[in-house]
Design a protein around this ligand. Sequence first.
Ligand code: SF4
Ligand code: SF4
Ligand code: FES
Length: 246
Amino acid sequence: MASRELTFRILRYNPETPDVKPHLQDFHLNEEPGMTLFIVLNRLREEQDPSLRFDFVCRASICGSCGMLINGKPNLACKTLTKALPDVTTLMPLPVFKLLGDLSVDTGVWFRDVSLRTESWVHTDEVFDPDAAEEKMDNELAKEIYEAERCIECGCCIGGCATANIKPSFIGAAGINRVARFMMDPRDKRTEQEYFEVVASEDGVFGCVGLMACDDNCPVGVPLRSQLAYVRRKMAVAGWHMGRGR
Ligand code: SF4
Ligand code: SF4
Ligand code: FES
């Protein structure tokens, strides 16, 4: 059986040459067994247009570099098989992040900013002793923290989030997940009131409209729905305590 001819309609734009307006360019390729969008984009760049820009590092859903809008839905290109796609596929860069060119965006600056704003490190007064035995942690709790740690910072939950698209200062599901990770960690000595300062605002958990596109769009299945609910619940209780002057 003859293989399908696939059309890839790709957004082209280079911010360094603003005279050339953003436009869609069609590329064609015959489908092969086991073909992913990683293979497609590399072949297009090697065989048809060396100026095509996109990001990949791991090819295995680990590095988070290859998030893009695939027919309008955020996903990782390296885990997307062409057999799951129609004959014509539109590829666009993730919105919200700074566009570097074509499908390449800078997620690093965004995630670094959110890490600093959410103070994503264990806050403790204990002095680190490299000779001390490793502290034990309850298995179930360690697993819950690990679930939050599985975020690969691909930006898919941010690119598909209505609030993040209209409010650049919103920390999004990935940022709230980060806060949840430290709230769960008994080694982090921050009080609920201190977390309240960081995340209980319209830029944080109270800016979230709760329709859960982020949960649907996370390509590695971080449990964003429960993380958002956890942080919202904690912050509502903290707000109630603060209102009562405790
Ligand atoms: S539930 Fe909240 S964080 Fe998730 S996509 Fe909707 S507004 Fe964004
Ligand atoms: S939570 Fe999921 S979708 Fe969001 S950045 Fe992390 S891995 Fe990507
Ligand atoms: S290339 Fe690393 S996640 Fe796709």
